[in-house]
Design a binder for this molecule. Structure first.
Ligand SMILES: Nc1ncnc2c1ncn2[C@@H]1O[C@H](COP(=O)(O)OP(=O)(O)OP(=O)(O)O)[C@@H](O)[C@H]1O
Length: 597
């Protein structure tokens, strides 16, 4: 029983039941009923032939044949409909569980780790039709297989009325063919090869049909390249499945030989008994039809659709288990101390070292840094220096590998994560452009129109007034914004959180897409609105950076310079060099523009 319970198929059927017991009960009842109908049909045929031979009334057998025949025709579409509804229920339930499983871990490592991503790919695609039919369609293929199996068994049972050995002969042949062809009904879709092809196919598909990549794809003439990649990956998937589930020649020959021999023996015996009069003509008809019907078991029964569907369900459940137990996914664990009002004194990075799980070299390597509460700190450094990583640690999307981040002397890991995240607000370099209304883009959770407008005004987006307008041209009355407008909306999101009580503000390249005048104006307003907050600003624009109370330069995972703009200029180090380089460029460009005009 334990072995049975561990089987994917068992888990699949148990999931059906848990998703909708009522529909599952009806689906099983119809499966059973449709399965035994063919046995009723062969018995009715025998009764009709017997009545003709005996000259008995034909009404009852004819009526029976009519009823059975009508039921066989009517129940199939009804069964498919119920199976389809049940499939929808199950996939909705599994999608819900998958979203919860993926969204529950506090950190984001699980979404970046190869092993977890493999599991997520397998789980997420269970219903997308990328490698097999979606669940609502699979249900009728699975039902078809079960009906064939039950009908074969029922007709084999009818054969028991002829001879005790007849069902054993048919059953033995069936078991042999299934054993011989066992490889053809199985496909391990969770191999790295399959999952990579699946992920690539899905990605190529999205590149081709989603709008973000549309411009580049056209401009670089990549349309057919993307289509070809998609076609190749799909073909690879189909081929992988074909190789796994195709009927193999040698076992197939053996299966045919076994079936021919067992069928030959049965019909030879039936013919001999009919000739000697041991069985009458009606019985011969019944047993002959039953023998043919039972042999359908040989190739029918449980099929690849069940294997695929069970695999998909098992993947979702496995993801749940991984998310609940995996060290990587749960590495960020909430503490208990409330972060209300923090920081009152300072945030301090103490000897912090951090390495991404997929990398061998640390990004931050013994970094020490103190940010006084209520002050602003700008972080500068070359590309890949670790600036964004620093603020991701501050937001506790990851935890340091060693060292600690302290808020007023308390390790960040000891703070209640929810209250710390309420205290923190951030705009990341790759901020999200939600395909939602303007209001939801600024304040996805509850907020008054007035609050949203105020945040938009401060972020320099006062011209965006229609809060209900969806920011995607794909919707009725939807629209799109320019890059700079989007950035102002994302800034408004941060400012709204500040208005709601966030005291730590992370601004990762907040003005990269604003024009020069807009940048100065918006940034002044943002500084004003976040006065009193502890602000960490990352920017390559020194005109923005110099406004911060203090500036730190990061190199090789450590702070190499720290001080105010004037202090760092006086120091004459990296900051001064970078600042002057940018200022010279800016002046050259401006002079060029002046001369041109
Ligand atoms: N999720 C990740 N997984 C693995 N490596 C990562 C990840 N994110 C960043 N890195 C690597 O960490 C290093 C630091 O990245 P980070 O984004 O912190 O740099 P940055 O200083 O913000 O750079 P930029 O100025 O280009 O934005 C880079 O080498 C990058 O390749």
């Amino acid at each position: 029983m334990t072995l049975l319970r561990a089987r994917r198929e068992w888990v699949f059927f148990a999931t059906l039941w848990r998703s909708h017991p009522g529909l599952t009960a009806v689906w099983w009842a119809l499966t059973l009923f449709r399965g035994i109908l063919p046995a009723g049909f062969v018995v009715a045929i025998g009764a009709l032939v017997g009545a003709v031979v005996d000259g008995a009334p034909l009404t009852a057998p004819l009526l029976l044949i009519g009823v059975v025949f009508a039921l066989m025709q009517l129940l199939a579409p009804l069964h498919n409909q119920i199976g389809s509804m049940l499939g929808e229920h199950v996939s909705n339930r599994l999608h819900d569980r998958l979203l919860v499983a993926a969204g529950t871990p506090e950190g984001i490592t699980h979404l970046e780790n190869r092993a977890h991503m493999d599991e997520m790919t397998a789980a997420r695609d269970f219903d997308l039709g990328m490698i097999g039919p979606p669940l609502h369609l699979s249900m009728s293929i699975i039902a078809g297989g079960l009906v064939t199996a039950i009908s074969g068994l029922a007709q084999a049972a009818v054969l028991a009325a002829y001879a005790w050995w007849a069902p054993l002969l048919v059953g033995g042949a069936w078991l042999s063919t299934h054993w011989l062809l066992r490889e053809s009904s199985q496909w391990d879709r969770n191999t790295g090869e399959v999952l990579d092809a699946q992920r690539r196919a899905e990605y190529s598909y999205r590149l081709a049909v989603d709008s973000p990549a549309a411009k580049e794809i056209r401009l670089f003439g990549l349309a057919s390249w993307v289509t070809d990649r998609f076609a190749a990956d799909r073909r690879a998937l189909v081929e992988l499945r074909w190789h796994a589930t195709r009927l193999r020649q040698k076992p197939m020959r053996w299966a045919v030989a076994v079936l021919t021999t067992s069928g030959g023996l049965l019909f030879w015996s039936l013919g001999r008994d009919a000739a000697t009069g041991a069985v009458d003509l009606g019985q011969v008809s019944t047993f002959a039809y039953a023998a043919v019907g039972a042999s359908a078991l040989a190739f029918g029964g449980l099929n690849w659709a069940l294997s695929l569907a069970s695999d998909g369900v098992a993947s979702v459940l496995r993801v749940e288990a991984t998310m609940a137990s995996s060290g990587a996914a749960r590495s960020v664990v909430s503490g208990r101390t409330t972060a209300e009002g923090m920081p009152a004194a300072e945030i301090r990075f103490r000897d912090v070292t951090f390495t991404y799980p997929s990398m061998s070299r640390p990004v931050l390597d013994g970094l020490d840094l103190t940010v006084p509460a209520g002050s602003s700190l700008a972080v500068v450094g070359g590309n890949g220096a670790g600036k964004s990583t620093l603020v991701k640690l501050l937001c506790r999307l990851y935890d340091p590998v060693s060292g600690r981040i302290e808020v007023d002397g308390t390790d960040l890991r000891e703070l209640d994560l929810e209250s710390w995240r309420r205290r923190t607000s951030a705009i990341f370099q790759d901020f999200i452009r939600y395909e939602l209304s303007l209001k939801d883009n600024v304040a996805p959770l509850d907020a008054t129109d007035e609050e949203v407008r105020q945040a938009l005004d401060t972020a320099g987006a006062a011209d965006l007034r229609d809060l209900d307008r969806i920011l995607s041209p794909g919707y009725e009355n939807g629209t799109d914004l320019s890059g700079g407008q989007w950035q102002r909306v994302a800034l408004a999101r941060v400012l709204h959180a500040v208005n709601r009580g966030a005291g730590v503000v992370v601004l990762d390249e907040p003005t990269a897409q604003l024009d020069v005048r807009g940048e100065a104006e918006v940034f002044d307003r943002v500084l004003e609105a976040t006065r009193g907050c502890t602000t960490v600003l990352i920017s390559h624009r020194f005109s923005t950076v110099r406004r911060a109370d203090r500036i730190c330069v990061i190199d090789q995972g450590r702070v190499v310079e720290l001080g105010s703009h004037d202090e760092l200029m006086a120091l004459g180090g990296t900051y001064k060099r970078l600042f002057e380089l940018q200022a010279t460029r800016f002046n050259e460009e401006r002079n060029g523009a002046d001369r041109a005009s």
